[in-house]
Structures are given as C-alpha cells and as structure tokens.
Design a protein around this ligand. Structure first.
Ligand code: C2O
Ligand code: CU
Length: 479
C-alpha cells in the first residue's frame, strides 16, 4: 500500500496502518430498495410518545444465499426502524440491550439534556433498559441514532446498529413527505465480507473500516421505483470511515434542500454533495418518464495529500441506487422557493472564539478522558469555533447538542458535523443547546469512528449563569 511521508507517522499511523482501501464494486441493480419501517410508538398517561427499541443480534441476507451475523435495532437484523417525532412533542425513547456487551444509544443531532444524550456516559449493560425522555424542540431535520460506547463505537456501528430519526416542524413546507413513497430515506454504508459471509472487521486502514460493497438501507445494488415526478432523498452517511460525493447521472443538477441540522432557507441547485461520516443531505431529484437515473458516488479529493484520497475511499466512482420511473408518474409540486424562515446565526453576536486542532488521534493535543472537562460553554451560547486539520488524513468534527453554520462563501446550511480537509481550517458558528448540567458532558469528536475510538474526542459542559462546572467527571452516570 501507499506510505505516508515521514513525520506524518504519529498516533494512528504509527502502528504501520496501511492506506489501502478496497475498490467499491458496482453490480447491476438487483433488488428493490428496502425502506426501514417507521418505529411503532404508544402514548403514555402523560401524553408522551413512547418508542421502545431493542438492540439485539440477528442474521441478515445481504448477498444471495449468504447468511451474515449482524446487530440491529427494533427487531431488524440490520439498521433500525425510523423514529419520527414532531417539534413540541414529549418523547420517551426506551432502549433495551439484548446484545452480549454494554452499548449506548446516541441521538445524533438532537438538542437534548446531557443525561439523554446516549454518549459514553450513559452505558446500557446487557439486559438493561435505558430511557431518554425530553421535549423535541428543534426545527425539522434528518437526525439519526447509533451506539457510542467508549472505545467500541466503530465495531457496534459496523455490526449494523444505526437508524434514522426524523423531526417534523409545526411549520409546514411543501416538500415531498410521503415516507418511502416520495420522501425516501437512504442510509449509506459499506462493508466487506469474509469468505464465510461475516462482516470483515479485520481489515482497517488508517481511516477505519472500509468495505468493497455499498449497502443502501441494507440493500446491495438496489433500485427504487419512483411513482412521482420528483422524489426527496434523505441521505445519511452511516459509514464508519467512507466519504461519498453524491451525484445523479454524473452531474445532473438537483435541488439541495436540507443538511444535518435542518432545511436551507431556499433550495440550492448543486451537481454534487460530499458527505463525510455522520453527515446528512436532503435533495429533491426530478424523475424523467421512461428514463432510469443513477445515484452515484464520484471521486473526491477530501484527503488529496500524499495519496490519502485513496485511503478515504476518494478514488472510486460507483453506483448507489438506480431510480426507476414507474409507467405512470403522479405530478409533484415544485420545490418551494422558501424552505425555512429560521434566522441564520449572526457572526457579530459571537461571545467567544475557540480553536480545535486535529492532529493524529488527538484534538488540541489531548486524547479522550472520560473524567476530564475540556471546555465549558454557557447555555445557548453562540460561539465561533476554528477547526484546523494539521494532519495528512481527512477528519471531521461532530459537536453533540449543537447546531452549526460554517462561515464561507455561499448560503448558510445547518450542520452538526463538519468536514475538515488536511491542511485546512474551517470556521464555524456554534449554537449550543439550552439545557444545563454541571456534571454531565457532551462530546466533540471526529466522526471517522476509528478516530473517535482511538481518542479523538473531547468533552464539554453546558452551564447556566452562576452554575459551577464540575472539575472531575464520573466515568458514567446513573440517572
Ligand atoms: Cu454520531 Cu458522537 O456521534
Ligand atoms: Cu478523524
């Protein structure tokens, strides 16, 4: 495999990790796209929406005649049902762990109290049940959920634990919204298989686990039959390490309508969208009568330093999904000119600037320590965070409980995970949530899961006026 220049061999790269990545195959469309079911829910006496999720081992058939052992949520062998809740609703998300080891369930992108976050401080032992209960109060967005156990996130996610969490707003917007019909979830991930049909967990490179086979909602080589003249695709990159550059038919224009944290103010015409691990995008694609279109991933230069693009899967072009028009298409309304009236974050109102330097498997020279408080941020603060990648590998930075807007040319989009290419600095406005807790932290970390597990993660507390932050944190909390 390729080797890095001397001096780059720090941290993650020191152990002689190769940069080789498997080339991704593009088999002919073979199966209809699976649509994750919506999670069933009940109402409790207090009127709260209760969703019960069990995490358990299963067996899935990704390849014909091959049984693959997996982990999944909600009775699915792989992935998880799609959660859906409306702004203003009280939810109780109840997770039972039927796995053979301790896990956690993190609600990625949610604004929520730290005790509900489901990060490494909220472990769920085998056989135990954990409740996360809060009031949904954030604009419409495509969130997701996945395990976050300290040092084992990559393995738990790679075994199959990941699902979508859709938040609806009170303010209606005339985008396609019939789930699985014209509002289509696409959970992208990649796996390689061992000769006996297991997920290959052995062949990591310096970015993590990369596979040669793309799964879309767990389907290999899927097609989707569109029955409307436009479809909204909600795309999640749930891969441990691979980044994608999405395009339709190698560069036809599509309307980007949403990113991680919500809808754009107005649709933006784009020809491609790059998604690093953890990021989401919502696009509206025109369906042409009689002509199938392909959703593909094109080569990207996210890590184009010393040949590292290959390591992040950037060399490849491969198919993700064939979009097949039905014989008859129902007309869809045009994409609205105004999608959201949410006020953009105002750079002039920033109360503080912080710097984060990504290098090796460290942030600001530090490795994750569950007991250490790295940053303390006032509740609901608006800050400017400058994130610098001083490494030869691509990284990104995900901030729990925060909604972010990257400064730069072009209209602002709501983010919770931002890509930072080698040798670059990203300046981003960060609005943290309103909930305070002087003793329970939120996480800041690289969402390339191998890097997170290797310690590329810090912790921050959100405190109210006059509230004294803890100086030492417990390893995990008990309610
Ligand atoms: Cu999607 Cu801290 O994670
Ligand atoms: Cu990283």
């Amino acid at each position: 495999g390729a080797t890095l220049a001397a001096g780059a061999a720090t941290g993650l790269l020191a152990a002689g990790c190769s940069l080789d990545a498997p080339l991704v195959r593009s088999p002919a469309p073979a199966r209809p796209l699976a649509i994750p079911p919506l999670a069933p829910s009940t109402r409790d006496a207090a009127g709260r929406r209760v969703v019960e999720l069990v995490a358990a081992p299963g067996v899935a058939a990704f390849l014909p005649g091959v049984a693959t052992p997996t982990w999944g949520y909600g009775g699915l062998p792989f992935g998880g049902p799609t959660l859906r809740a409306r702004r203003g609703e009280d939810v109780v998300l109840r997770v039972t762990n039927r796995l053979p080891e301790t896990t956690t369930t993190h609600w990625h992108g949610a604004t929520l109290p730290a005790r509900c976050d489901g990060g490494p401080h909220q472990p769920i032992a085998p056989g135990a049940t954990w409740d996360a209960a809060w009031r949904i109060d954030q604009p419409a967005a495509t969130l997701w959920y996945h395990p976050h156990p300290h040092g084992a996130t990559e393995r738990h996610v790679h075994r199959g634990l990941a699902g979508l969490f859709l938040v609806d707003d009170d303010v209606p917007v005339a985008l396609p919204d019939r789930y699985g019909v014209d509002d289509v979830p696409l959970v992208l991930t990649d796996r390689s298989f061992t000769p006996d049909g297991r997920f290959d967990e052995a062949h990591r490179n310096a970015v993590g686990l990369l596979g040669d086979t793309v799964l879309v909602n767990g389907t290999v080589a899927p097609w989707f039959t569109a029955t409307t003249t436009r479809v909204r695709l909600r795309v999640l990159n749930a891969s441990p390490a691979r980044s994608y550059r999405l395009a339709v038919d190698d560069g036809a224009p599509v309307a980007l309508v949403g990113t991680d944290g919500g809808l754009l103010p107005a649709p933006r015409t784009v020809t491609d969208v790059v998604l690093t691990p953890g990021e989401r995008a919502e696009v509206v694609v025109d369906v042409t009568p009689g002509r199938p279109r392909r959703l593909r991933s094109l080569p990207h230069d996210l890590g184009a330093v010393n040949g590292v693009a290959r390591a992040a899967g950037g060399d490849d072009a491969f198919d993700l999904l064939e979009l097949r028009p039905a014989a008859r298409l129902d007309p869809s309304p045009p994409v609205p000119a105004v999608l959201s009236r949410e006020v953009p974050l105002d750079e002039r109102a920033v109360s503080r600037t912080r710097g984060f330097v990504l290098r090796g498997d460290r942030i600001n020279g530090r490795a994750m320590d569950l007991t250490r408080v790295d940053e303390v941020v006032p509740a609901a603060a608006l800050e400017l965070w400058e994130i610098t990648n001083r490494h030869t590998l691509p990284h990104n930075l995900h901030v729990h409980d925060a909604r972010m807007q990257v400064l730069g040319p072009g209209p602002r989009a709501w983010k919770d995970t931002v890509a930072v290419a080698p040798g670059t600095t990203v300046r981003t406005l960060v609005r943290v949530g309103p909930y305070t807790d002087p003793a329970r932290p939120y996480m800041i970390h690289c969402h390339l899961l191998r890097h997170e597990d290797a310690g590329m993660m810090l912790q921050y507390l959100v405190v109210g006026p006059g509230q004294a932050p803890a100086t030492v944190l417990g390893g995990h909390d008990h309610g």
